[in-house]
Structures are given as C-alpha cells and as structure tokens.
Write a protein that binds this ligand. Sequence first.
Ligand SMILES: Nc1ncnc2c1ncn2[C@@H]1O[C@H](COP(=O)(O)OP(=O)(O)OP(=O)(O)O)[C@@H](O)[C@H]1O
Length: 691
Amino acid sequence: MSLILHNHPPNPLHTNFHINKLNFPAKFDLKFTRRKVNRNVDRSFDRRDYRRFVFVTQAKAAYVEGENVDVNVDGVSERLLKLVKFVTAVLPGGKWWSFDEEVEIAQIAKPVTLVRALTRMWALIATDRWVIFAAFTALILTALTEISIPHFMTASIFSAQSGNTTVFYRNVKMLIILSLTSGICSGLRGCWFGIANMILVKRMRETLYSVLLLQDINYFDNESIGDLTSRLGSDCQQVSRVIGNDLNLILRNLLQATGALIYLLFLSWQLGLCTLAICSTLSLIMLRYGQYQKKAAKLTQEYTASANEVAQETFSLMRTVRVYGTEHKEFGRYKSWLEKLADISFRTSAAYGIWNCSFNTLYHSTQVIAVLMGGMSIMAGHITAEQLTKFVLYSEWLIYSTWFVGDNLSSLMQSVGASEKVFQMMDFAPSDQFTSKGSKLPSLKGHIEFRNVSFSYSSRETAHVLKDINIAVDPYEVVALVGLSGSGKSTIVNLLLRLYEPTSGQILIDGSPLKDLDIKWLRERIGYVGQEPKLFRMDVRSNIAYGCTEDVTQEDIEQAAKQAYAHDFISSLPDGYKTIVDDDLLSGGQKQRIAIARALLRNPSILILDEATSALDAESEYNIKGVLSAVGENKKRTVIIIAHRLSTIQAADRIVVMDRGQIIEMGNHRELLLKDGLYAQLTRRQVNAVG
Ligand SMILES: Nc1ncnc2c1ncn2[C@@H]1O[C@H](COP(=O)(O)OP(=O)(O)OP(=O)(O)O)[C@@H](O)[C@H]1O
C-alpha cells in the first residue's frame, strides 16, 4: 500500500474523520487523535506525534486492505518522499495545477460548449447579421491579401537580383495593391467586429437585465446584489469578446495558416509535412492549455463576483463599518477573495509560461529544420534559394498563425467559460405573475379577505411565519396590525401585495382571488409605504411621481406633499422639488414623508403603511395621524397600517393583534384595552416607557 505524507502536520480533525470512516476494530483505538482534536495543531503536533500518526494510519489502512506494511519514516526517506511529491505535483498535469475541487464547488451552471455559446450569441445578434457578414468579408479579404504579400516580396527581391525589370515592376505593383487592400480591409474588419461586439454586449445586458427584473422576489432574497451586478458587468463584457475579438482573430489566423500550409506543401511537400507535424504538436498543447484556461476563467468569474459582493456590502454599510471600526476586518474579507484570485492567476500565468516555452522551442525547431533540409535540397539542386526563402517566410507565417490561433482559442475558452452562468440566467423563466393574464375589475372598492392563509418563506420553509390567518377588511376601513417584532405583520402585507404566494389558503380582493387579478392593474391601485423607504437618485418631484401611471401636474405633486407634511421641507431644499436627492441626503423622517406623498399621489383604493411613521418626529407623527383620521373620515380608501408606536393607531376602526404568526386579538382601541390582553399590555408598557 502507498502512503502519502503531508507537507505539514496533518489536521487531527481530518485524521479522525478518515480513520472513523475506515471503521477499525477496538484494538486500533483512536485515543491519540481524539486527544489532539482540541489542541492547537501547529504547537501540539510535533515530529513524534507525526510519526505516531503515520504509523497508526498506515497500520490501519493496511488492516483494511489486509496487507502487512513495513513502516519506515526515517528523516531521509521522509524528505525524499516530500521531494518526489513536490516534483510530481508541479510537473504538467500534477496536483498543483488542478482546479478540480474548486470547480466542483463552483459548478452551478450547466457546462456550455463552444457551439452552444455561439448559437446563443448568434440568436442575440441575428437581427443585425449584415454587420457580421460585412465583418467576415473584410476578414477574408484581409487574410488573403496578407498571406500573398511574402510571395510577391520574395519574387520582387529575386527578380531584382536576376535583373528582370518587367517582372520586378509587376511584382512591386502587386505588392502595392495588396498592401493597400490589406490595410483598408483590416481597418474595416476591426470596425465591423467592434460594432458587432457593441451590439452583442448591449443585447446581452438588455436580455439579462429584463430577465432578472421579472424574477420572483424569492430570487432576490437568495441572491446578492454584488453577484448580479457582476454578471451584468464584467461577465457580459467577457462573453462579448468571443465575437469582437477571439473569433475574429482565430478565423483570420486560421485562414492565413491554411493558406500558408497549402503554399508550403506546394513548394516542398517533405518540408511542408515537417512543419505540419510541428504545428500539430503545438495545436495539441494549446488545446490542453485552452481547456485549462476555461476552468480558470470560471473560477475567476466566481471569485470576482464574490469579491464584488463583499465590496458592495461594505460600501453600502459604510456607516456601520465606521462606527464599529471593522475596516480592517472588511479589508481582510475582500483580501481573502483577492488571494484566491491571485492563486488562480499564479497557476494560469505558470501555464502560460509553459505554453510560451513550448511555442518558442517548436518555432525555432521549424527554422532549424527548414534551413537544414532546405539547404541540403539546394545543394542537391532540388530547390532554388528563392523557393527556400519563400519556404522560411511561409513556415514562419504558419507557426505564428498557429500560435495566434492557440492564444485566441484560450481566450475564447475563457469567454465561453464565463458565458455559462450568464446564459443559464438568461434562461430563467419569468415569474408567473408576468406570464398569466389576470382579470381587471370594473373598479376597486377595497374589500380584502384572508381565508385560512398560512405561509413560510422558501428560504426557511420549516419556519411557519403565518398560521391560518382569517381576516376580512371592509372597504374604507382603517385596520391596524400590531404585535411584537417578527410576529408576521409585514408578511401579511407582502402577501397582500403579492410579493409572495401563500403556502395555503386564499386571499380575496373585492371577492376575487388575488391570484386571478391582473397584478399590474391591482398594484396601480395600491399605495404602499415600506418600513425603510428608499429613494431613487433623481429629483424630489420624480421621486414622488415614481410609478404613477397617470399624468400628474406640479399642483398634484405639491398637494400630495402637503398631505404628507413634506411640502415645507421640500420647499426649503436648494432647488425645491427639482433638488436631486438620494438615500443618503435626507433624514429617515423626510424620506418617509416623500414616500407617503408618493403613495397618496396615486389616490389609491388601498393604502398600506408599514411602520410609515417610525422615523417621524412627534410633530410630524401628530400631523400624519391627522392625515390618517382624515383618511378614515373621508372614507375614500381602505387603509392597512402597521405600527409599533401604538399611539399612532388608536383612531383605527379595528386593531388586529398578532403573535407568532397568528391573530390573537381583534377590536377597537377601547375594546382591546378592556380585554386586557397583549394589546393592553403593550400599550401600558409604551405609556410607562414614555412616563
Ligand atoms: N425574506 C424573508 N425570508 C425569510 N424569512 C423572512 C423574510 N422576511 C421575514 N422573514 C421572517 O418572517 C418572520 C416574520 O417577519 P415579519 O417581517 O413579517 O415580522 P413583523 O411582525 O413585520 O416584524 P417587525 O415588526 O420587526 O417588522 C420573522 O421571523 C422573519 O425573520
């Protein structure tokens, strides 16, 4: 049996695991490894322990395989084994080069073949196929003209040497025509391929972005923003290189290599075959190298996305990071991904070195063979010096073209590797909400009913967030949801907005199942203010009018802002309603007031306020209470309000008290105080806290 020695003392935890797996009888008790488990490996695992470990492991492995093993781990053989292990690991194909473990972890997407990737790209660019045709025409012309130049160049030199003026000028004329044609076509080729590239990146981003926008909210619960922006940004850019760069150069060089090979075989088939053999060896090496690059690209892509994710999270939580002084820790998190990237890059650079070394050796071998065999043929009178010069020039051309093909092929493989995740994401089906055509009611009165509704979030299916909820809200009623944090209040609202589907039970709006209604139509009639409203980076006016389908005037906007008690502070901003704001420029209360104005502007039939007053000062809250009671008195809409500050919702028609996903009390403020349940308890607590 063979034993692999570790470079470092083995981790006793791992040892324990492996040995337990081998299932030894009692005589091979593992007291030794267990004793080590809780101790620091580096300090406690000394050389003697190491030998004991080796002995125990060998003996046990031998026991399992029924062999007798002569355990020999003296210093010399140990070092020799280490050296052998190191050398075999770093040799091409050795363990050091392997990405297998990591690739397995990152292998989320179905592998994409080159043909499949090209088919997908073609589908994206097909409407502008003329660009591709123009680009390929220019490419073919460039390749043909360029490959003809060495022939006429050599012919010109040798005709000048032989004093044949007519032939000389004819060749020079051809050289001028070819050089001009090749220059123009090369420029056109670059330009058309650049345009094709731009179209492809644009279409890919459009497609991916539109697919992502139509995903279920569940999807965004599980994905990180950094990851998604990375797919849209760097991955799409990388994939687009296939047409704009890789394929273009591969085809050009392939054409030139074929032309050069035919010419070489025509000049001397023996020399031609020798060069072909060298180029085939080069092709095999580059094929292997290309596969390696593809794997590396996939990992690089994953690690880059993870690094982006960390940076994105840190920047968005910069205030928290600063307050808790965790800059160093965040740097460490980011750096750990950079180190992984550097590790991949280190191995790919080493692989590139091997590839380059093979190329150079083979390239010079071609020259030596050409000069040796060609020189012998000249001496034997089989070929002329002009033919040999042409041969050397074309064989150089052939090998360089092969090298370029290889170089671009590995880049192509990288791009194809990067395309896997992007194409997989492009295939995501849109959420059912966007595919099913729901019905529109003649008008929305605002009757809401939850019938035996239960719910769990898909990311935590075992946690039953809502259990058998039954509640009916009449049109124009103001209903408040209260309860301890985590009792499921926001989840009720999420289901009402159809951000998630109930696990069981049914929600009815004006008597129609929510699932059967046109969700866009319904959402246009619902005003919603979330717990921590976010603003878009645009002016205040546009933020208030956001998502409003009807044409709104400045008066409408100001009216909504006045109702939300936002007009005064907006007027005091430098450019009033035209001031550009974003999430960081306004206070929490100001953002909430803008969000309330946004909700009121749509004149919704159902208004949902999820802790919309939590960040307001006492005066604003008092004013908003005024708005709410006016809403109640005007009887224009159904209002669902969630509040922790119970003083805000005393005027509600009905208060629903929730506890651990269930409704435990229901009634108006007075009734619930008399009941002396959780609501009364919470109210007393808040009054005492203020007192
Ligand atoms: N997107 C989500 N994925 C998984 N679990 C979630 C998600 N959103 C909320 N939860 C869990 O569901 C439970 C109910 O959350 P919910 O936000 O509805 O409570 P809440 O009563 O509104 O709390 P709060 O008053 O603190 O806002 C909590 O245990 C929460 O951790």
